[in-house]
Write a protein that binds this ligand. Sequence first.
Ligand SMILES: NC(=O)c1ccc[n+]([C@@H]2O[C@H](COP(=O)([O-])OP(=O)(O)OC[C@H]3O[C@@H](n4cnc5c(N)ncnc54)[C@H](OP(=O)(O)O)[C@@H]3O)[C@@H](O)[C@H]2O)c1
Length: 353
Amino acid sequence: MLFSQQYQQLPTVDKQTGERDSFRKDTRKRGFCLRAIAIIAIMWASLTAARMFRSKGFWSACHGLQRNSSTLAQLPSHYTLPSGDKIPSVALGVWQASKGETALEVGYKHIDGAWIYRNEEEVGQALKESSVPREELWLTSKLWNTFHAPEDIEPALDQSLSMLGTDYLDLYLIHWPVAFKKEGSNILDENLTADPYPTWQKLEELVDKGKIRNIGISNFNIRRVQNLTANKLKYQPAVNQWSKENGLLLEAYSPLGSDKQVGQSLSVPEVKDVASKLGITPAQVLISWHVQRGTIVLPKSVTPSRILENLNVFELPQEDFEKLETAATSHPPQRVVNPSNGWKLPFDVFDGQ
Ligand SMILES: NC(=O)c1ccc[n+]([C@@H]2O[C@H](COP(=O)([O-])OP(=O)(O)OC[C@H]3O[C@@H](n4cnc5c(N)ncnc54)[C@H](OP(=O)(O)O)[C@@H]3O)[C@@H](O)[C@H]2O)c1
């Protein structure tokens, strides 16, 4: 019974063409259906594209199509420093973070670390486990306040190099324009704070020795930058993390408002509007805006999905970029990181005196 049923269902053969009858009919039917579906699909795609081009204009429609391609679009992926070295525009900040192997896997090439973050050994371990060659990575570390005396700098640097498992840094920054004495905790070394030139000269020597490729500063206000650059420097500071002046390349730290204010930054109405208009996240809006302003940006995350999200920056349409600029300058700057009181400094590190 089973066999005969199966047999009856077999198609009959056309004697002229050799084609099986019902198979031929099926094929014709299927061919017709496929052609109809293809025509409908082409008409639908054409109508959608026409609608998109009409409502957004040709280029922005193309931009929309590119947007989720996880490329840097037209934003710079690197900036060139005076040494000629190219520094990647988006870094992973590792303050209050531990291992960064996820970041290396998803394509970060720039790690912003520091001796005081106390995780250089873990970062070094992640670098060792990753397959990214050292020369493709950009490693930044920072000289802590207790090591500003010239004789203490090289041992501090060597310690960072050894923990990171490398024999050179791409960038070494003076973390704060504040020098502490070695003995005791947070006792101000007034001379080295007032005049960081001896510290800088030692750093220049270490550039010549090949242990550092570029040197820079961090948290220096304008007066302090000028105080340093008034000396006859062999190497000008390449970057300044946060503050602004003198044609130095700026690095924007805490670009999302740091732990304390990230929620607030991501809910700024203009940020949310631009994000929903462009179909990207509020964090991507802020990070893209920083790069579009010409700064290096150092978002930190320990959450794998955010680490990936933060690497994808996009060129914002001019009107959206301007909307964010206006929102950013419509209130006095708010500083989220200022240790002056905690260190009991007799001055505000950013106001200086
Ligand atoms: N030179 C200096 O003195 C100095 C000072 C401060 C910072 N820095 C550098 O700048 C880096 C970044 O600064 P930061 O850590 O203060 O602040 P940040 O990057 O502005 O903010 C980090 C906070 O944002 C959250 N976050 C990250 N991506 C997010 C996303 N896509 N959506 C929602 N939340 C997100 C993080 O949470 P999760 O981690 O939980 O995901 C964390 O709570 C530091 O790691 C350090 O390398 C330098």
